[in-house]
Design a binder for this molecule. Structure first.
Ligand code: PRP
Length: 189
């Protein structure tokens, strides 16, 4: 893995400056509004347990939660399979959930469903630990035919985006630009 010091500030700024903006801030905010409306309709009376999938799920979770004004518990878990790379590997659990999910409705919130391996594994883990209803919510569904199962979808999807390497709104390029205020595709990737 490269150390962050191998990327100069100038190189990182160039990645941002040369990237294609696929969805701007207003489009992302509208998508989060739509997701929140659907979650309110479906789950307001379910007392759900919501998991933020660190690190990428941080921004979507932070923006969804204040739009869900009903009783829920918010927790986090940490699983990763891309590390600083642009292709996924074996899923590594960095922090498994430490909360009783027996008979609970669980909502898993992440930035992106790419191949879907990460969300599948987390959903399976929650079911195996007693969750009765597991819902998945992602800001981005990347369009390609490499899904872990054909036709795999999240229960709540913000935006469908073309098959490029993305950053922004939680998604990183080499550990950077999770903070980019929109959905961007790296030049050439
Ligand atoms: O659908 P998949 O192909 O499994 O990819 C999606 C996962 O990849 C990213 O996480 P990553 O492993 O990069 O960790 P991060 O959240 O810390 O960036 C993203 O946040 C999702 O959790």
């Amino acid at each position: 893995m490269q150390s962050p010091h191998e990327h100069t500030r100038e190189d990182l700024q160039k990645v941002f400056d040369e990237a294609d903006c696929l969805c701007d801030e207003a489009q992302v905010q509208e998508a989060i509004d739509r997701m929140a409306a659907a979650l309110r309709t479906d789950l307001a009376d379910q007392n759900p347990l919501l998991f933020c999938v660190m690190n990428g799920g941080l921004i979507l979770t932070g923006q969804l939660l204040p739009r869900l004004p009903f009783p829920l518990q918010a927790e986090y878990l940490h699983a990763t399979r891309y590390r600083q790379e642009t292709t996924g590997g074996i899923l590594e659990w960095k922090l498994r959930p430490d909360v009783d999910m027996q008979n609970r409705t669980v909502v898993i919130v992440d930035d992106i469903l790419d191949e879907g391996t990460t969300l599948n594994a987390i959903a399976d883990y929650c079911r195996a630990h007693g969750a009765v209803d597991v819902r998945t919510a992602v800001l981005i569904d990347k369009q390609h035919d490499r899904k872990a199962r054909p036709g795999l979808k999240a229960d709540y999807t913000g935006l469908e985006v073309e098959d490029r390497f993305l950053f922004g709104y939680g998604m990183d390029y080499k550990g950077y630009w999770r903070n980019a205020p929109g959905i961007y595709a790296v030049k050439g990737l």
